[in-house]
Design a protein around this ligand. Structure first.
Ligand code: COA
Length: 155
């Protein structure tokens, strides 16, 4: 069934679920760096948005964390639960997190993605990101990252 998720800022009692999703869907086989406390810190930081996507029944199906600086924004994490992937939720979450960056006139969004994650690389390319380089051992010294960015300037 195709769902149109509701997207909003995360609440503190959702931090534990977000941290578990990070461990399960993003940080697997790496050290678990985004634990509940770090997610709560991000929620309290005025330069960071922690967004969650909910299905109609209220279940948390995805989340994203974006930090906004003077010139650019940086996507820290994004995940959609497997049962809900390829239904547009990831693109909607990215659009929601991207909107404030556009409104604020930021130049670009940057992110890093695991080099062993072709699905995410394809997803970000589809959303207009391009690879700008590779960082060896970026994830705990054991996994490379592909650096990507997207210009927010009108061409
Ligand atoms: C990457 C991720 C967030 C994408 O979320 P999603 O909700 O499945 O993505 P969408 O449905 O919005 O996809 C939009 C488009 O991106 C592309 N895309 C998405 N996933 C893809 C995949 N696995 N392979 C190839 N293209 C993909 C497609 O073009 C897709 O459009 P289509 O389904 O009409 O062909 C999700 O797969 C995920 O959470 N993966 C595990 C965690 C992760 O890798 N996070 C990103 C790194 S932090």
């Amino acid at each position: 069934m195709f769902i149109i998720p509701t997207i909003r800022l995360a609440l503190p009692d959702e931090a534990a679920r977000i941290a578990l999703m990070s461990r399960e869907y993003i940080e697997f086989d790496l050290g678990w760096s985004w634990r509940r406390g770090r997610v709560l810190q991000a929620m309290a930081d005025p330069t960071i948005n922690v967004a969650v996507a909910h299905a109609g029944d209220g279940g948390l199906l995805g989340f994203g964390i974006m930090e906004y600086a003077e010139q650019h924004a940086h996507l820290a994490l994004l995940a959609v639960a497997p049962a809900y992937q390829r239904q547009g939720a990831g693109a909607r979450l990215m659009g929601w997190l991207e909107a404030p960056a556009r409104l604020a006139g930021l130049e670009k969004i940057r992110l890093e993605v695991r080099a062993d994650n072709p699905g995410a690389l394809a997803f970000y390319r589809r959303l207009g990101f391009a690879a700008t380089g590779r960082s060896a051992g970026y994830y705990g010294g054991v996994m490379d990252a592909v650096r990507m960015e997207k210009s927010l300037r009108l061409r």
